[in-house]
Design a protein around this ligand. Structure first.
Ligand code: FEC
Length: 307
């Protein structure tokens, strides 16, 4: 029988309850505890979305469904191990479990479609370090899947159904967004910005959108210069030039979580109301069976490439 292929499915992670927020925030900040005010502000945002983020449940469902889909397709048997960047189970824990289970080959996949050395690259580095320590485990990384045809079709259909919520769909400006990163990544030749534009442009072309734009969101609260313009700035600019209908498609994220449910649905929405702009958002992919099928194809393609 064929040996089991491991799948290291990696996600951002979120606190399981409000008591875990401080440790989580400290981890995101590379071990530097947040100030009281920073912590209070983050707590306020979790409270505003109902106390905790749905991200853990969604990620767990994605992992479970991906394993089922892989084991239904007649290919090499697979076992999915979920590893988080900033919460339990951490990436290193997942790799250690994989090695303990006797897995010798694994495909790694981050639940973010676009590559940046500061995002996906960091997940991969954590996984590589753990695999080196475990010995005898080969990892095959998937760097990005931002132009996978099934991913594009899914985003297109999300955009299309959201456009139908406007009285005048032909006059809607579609704004694609993603998590901002410190601007220094661009000078370092990082593909993140280019890949994001490629996704948005491909979707816009397929749907013959008359106008679309790209904006950044959720910039960190640090002294760095972050990539801009921010979605809030773009909303103000669009309102000033008379645009009254905006569809935001946070294409850099796949699941519902704080950065979508707060930064878009609460913060950007409040500004849009103030500006008299109708703002709608595309539905997240979450554990949509068509998205799971996309992830399955991405994993199988990486397996073939490695063989
Ligand atoms: O629902 C949840 O609880 C988790 C939501 C969440 C996601 C997410 C995704 C990304 N982040 C990325 C980069 C950074 C950088 C910093 C940073 C800071 C935070 C903070 C929270 C947070 N992030 Fe996050 N991120 C999520 C949550 N992120 C909370 C801390 C408070 C704040 O700034 O709002 C800055 C770190 C520093 O201080 O040095 C950089 C990137 C992604 C998208 C790719 C991915 O999912 O990995 C990039 C979801």
């Amino acid at each position: 029988a064929q040996s089991t292929l491991g799948i290291l499915l990696m996600a951002y992670g979120t606190p399981r309850n409000l008591d875990e927020v401080e440790a989580y925030y400290t981890h995101i900040r590379h071990g530097r505890p947040p100030t009281e005010q920073q912590l209070a502000d983050l707590m306020r945002r979790y409270h505003a979305i109902g106390g905790i983020s749905p991200l853990n449940d969604i990620t767990a469902a994605e992992a479970r469904e991906l394993e089922a889909a892989l084991n239904r397709d007649g290919g090499r048997p697979c076992k999915v191990y979920l590893g988080m960047k900033h919460a339990h189970p951490f990436i290193a824990d997942a790799v250690a479990r994989m090695a303990a289970d006797g897995i010798t080959e694994a495909v790694t996949l981050v639940l973010a479609p676009h590559y940046s050395a500061m995002s996906v690259g960091q997940y991969q580095k954590n996984a590589d370090e753990a695999a080196t320590a475990a010995r005898g485990l080969t990892l095959w990384h998937v760097d990005s899947w931002h132009l996978h045809p099934k991913f594009l079709r899914l985003i297109e259909s999300r955009v299309q159904s959201a456009l139908a919520r406007f009285a005048n769909p032909d006059d809607v400006l579609v704004v694609f967004s993603a998590h901002s990163l410190p601007a220094r990544i661009i000078a370092a030749g990082d593909p993140y910005e280019r890949q994001l534009h490629e996704t948005g442009d491909a979707v816009a072309a397929a749907l013959h959108l008359p106008r679309h734009r790209f904006a950044w969101q959720s910039a960190g609260r640090t002294a760095d210069t972050w990539l801009g313009p921010d979605i809030l700035e773009v909303l103000r600019e669009l309102a000033a030039e008379g645009t009254k209908q905006v569809l935001l498609c946070p294409v850099g994220f796949v699941s519902d979580h704080l950065e979508v449910l707060y930064d878009v649905d609460i913060e950007a929405q409040a500004l849009a109301r103030e500006l008299g702009v109708q703002l709608e958002r595309t539905a997240s992919l979450n554990a949509d069976p068509a998205f799971i099928e996309t992830l399955r194809d991405v994993v199988r393609a990486r397996e073939v490439q490695a063989a």
